[in-house]
Each structure stands twice: as structure tokens, then as C-alpha cells.
Design a protein around this ligand. Sequence first.
Ligand code: G3H
Ligand code: ZN
Length: 287
Amino acid sequence: MLVSAKEMLEKAKAGHYAVGQFNINNLEWTKSILLTAEELKSPVILGVSEGAGKYMTGYKTVVGMVNGMMEELGITVPVALHLDHGSYEGCLKCVEAGFSSIMFDGSHYPIEENIEKTKELVKIANEHGMSLEAEVGSIGGEEDGVIGRGECADPDECKAIADLGVTMLAAGIGNIHGKYPANWEGLSFETLAAVSEKVGNMPLVLHGGTGIPADQIKKAISLGVSKINVNTECQLSFAEATRKYIEAGKDLEGKGFDPRKLLAPGAEAIKATVKEKMELFGSVGKA
Ligand code: G3H
Ligand code: ZN
């Protein structure tokens, strides 16, 4: 059964580790992530961007696939199905469809409007026993059409949003979606420490988890990050493994063109990436 992310993140914050959010795109992604979480006895959050939701036909299809898969794979670890970078309307659709968690990304609105809309969604999420993530400042780069300017969050604005009763808070701290450029200056721990001090026990979310060096991940966790989002890195490992398979001509041998064979190396590569991240985040054995 899907669960809200609240309990798993509060435990993570208290236990000084982070739960990974891994974005899904299709059946292979979902299955690889669920099987890895179960094998490592780790809680996990399945992230669905609005674009990926559309690609998978719609949110109801996603809920049906995830619920069916969890039952048939015998998944026992806590799993939250979470809308990633949602609009106000997208959040309402996911509440309706049966997600267990939503993110309202109001970071591109003036802060007053972000507060107003987040406040309404806190009420709705609470009525449905769902967790709600909000965002202040913004994540640089582009993810599925969501473009961020990348400015660091204002700690007072973070407190204003946290006080509305959201479950977790994503604060821009110099993090970027996609690959980090060679001249990236690293995470702003100064901002993270200031935000952390303002919001107390609120679990903080680190977006743009692809390619952040391990020492910065560990430091971020020590300063209150309890949820780390990873998307691009699974896409890169899937693409690389699939390319190797095709370039080696494996799709031309026997029944190598069968999608069940063709997509298998990519699915295995996603498992390896998720495992590496869960070990780094410290969530292994915490289910
Ligand atoms: O919301 C999802 C993430 O922030 C993923 O970022 O694609 O850089 O790993 P990433
Ligand atoms: Zn993100």
C-alpha cells in the first residue's frame, strides 16, 4: 500500500539519513526502483513529473501500475507515490487519482502567491492523509519543461512556507537539475544552514541529486536534508547500457530485438544507480 512520505522523512531527519526520490518514466523504471528498495530494505519515493505523468498516459494509469506492481512483486517497504514539481491543478489531479504525496512548486510565483496556494493545498493534502512538499527559491536548469532561475532561498520565506504545515520543504541552495556544469560553485551550505535553523525539524529536500559529489551529499544530510531527488542519473545509466547493448549488435543476435531483452540491460543499470544512491544516502536497512 502506498504511504504518505511524512513518517519516512521524519524518521530520516531524526536518524540523520535521507530517503531517495527516484523519478519514474515507465514500467521498467518503476520495477527496477521498487525491486532495489525491497532488496535493500529501504523506504523509497517514486517521483512523477507532470511530463512523465502525461507520457505514461495519465495519473490514474500511473497509480494503477504502481499499486498492481507493488502487490504482485510483494513490496513490503514504505513507498510514496509523489507528484514532482506539480502545478496547483496537477496537485488536485494527483489527489483525485490516488497519489500518496504531492509537490506544489510555487517557486516561480511571488512569495505571497506561493504562500496562498501552498496554504490551500496543505488543507487538501491533510484531508487526504497525503504529504505535501513546497518550494522556495528555485532549482537551476530545466527538468521536463520546468525551468528554474537557480537563486538561493530566503530563509525567512522558507519559514513562512514551513509554518503553513507542509510536510517537507525544497529550498534552492545552488542546486541544479541535470548535469552540473564544470564551473558549478557547489551547494551553498551557508544558505542550507540558515534555512535549517529557521525551519527546525522540517525535513528539507535536495533537488538535482544527479552528480553532486558524495562529500556534499553527506554534509547536506548533516544540515537537515532528508529527501534527495534523482532523475537524470537513472536516465543516463539506462541510455548508456542500452547503447552498449545495441552497439555490440546484441539486438541482432537470436531474439535480442525482443523488448524484454532489449530493455533489460537498461533496467539493470537503473537498479545499480538506485542502489549506489541508497547506500550513499544511508537509507539501506531503514524500512
Ligand atoms: O525533481 C527531480 C530532481 O530534482 C532530479 O534532479 O535530474 O538533476 O537528478 P536531477
Ligand atoms: Zn527537482
